[in-house]
Design a protein around this ligand. Structure first.
Ligand code: UDB
Ligand code: ZN
Length: 184
């Protein structure tokens, strides 16, 4: 199983590379990697397992964060209504997005970043994502709220983008244009 030892940290060049598309149908090795990613995220939210293996409770993970430069992400997060968004995806792509933005009022962190970076990270309020699931099904997902933010954070990793790249350097807490805050 994956643990924090497998998580690549800030400064590793793989986090700044553009990840490669996964050839479909995926190989057994790619399927195994993606399954291990969603397992890590779910394990990290299980208090007993997280304590035993010292896992940070994560809500998403992108393959470059385990040193694999391929377009694969895992997300396991509930929205404000408690609805679960649990996805292990190949080649996720944002096919449309709102003009309206949102941002987490507490800012963002990252499993690959061992320091606090403060400031608002502007995101699209709503996105539509097309992808192929780990089970080989093509899906089109309409997302808002926290799930939309997590998907954007993870897809950014596939493009070598870190959350703090989006923070206003002159004024980290400037309210982004057109944006509404998302409280935790
Ligand atoms: C996380 N978790 O998993 F708004 F209930 C972060 C860490 C880095 C703090 C572990 C997190 O933000 N949890 C959270 C947020 C809420 C409400 C709530 C729990 N990631 C995943 C990551 O680094 N993926 O690459 C960072 C998140 C920041 C915004 C979306 C992903
Ligand atoms: Zn991250």
């Amino acid at each position: 199983m994956l643990t924090m030892k497998d998580i690549v940290r800030e400064g590793h060049p793989v986090l700044r590379q553009k990840a490669n598309e996964v050839a479909l149908p995926p190989t057994e090795a790619d399927i195994h990697t993606l399954r291990s990613m969603i397992e890590f995220v779910m394990n990290s939210q299980n208090p007993e397992i997280a304590a035993q293996y010292e896992l940070r409770p994560g809500i998403g993970l992108a393959a470059p964060q385990i040193g694999v430069p391929k377009r694969m992400i895992a997300v396991h997060v509930a929205d404000h209504d408690g609805k679960l968004y649990s996805y292990a995806l190949f080649n996720p792509k944002i096919v449309s997005h709102s003009v309206e933005r949102s941002y987490l009022s507490g800012g963002e962190g990252c499993l690959s970043v061992d320091r606090a970076v403060s400031g608002y990270v502007p995101r699209y309020a709503r996105i539509t994502v097309k992808a192929t699931t780990v089970d080989g099904e093509e899906v089109k997902l309409r997302l808002k709220g926290l799930p939309a933010i997590v998907f954007q954070h993870e897809i950014d990793h596939l493009n070598g983008v870190m959350f703090y790249d989006h923070i206003n350097q002159d004024d980290p807490f400037a309210i982004p244009e057109n944006a509404t805050p998302l409280e935790r």
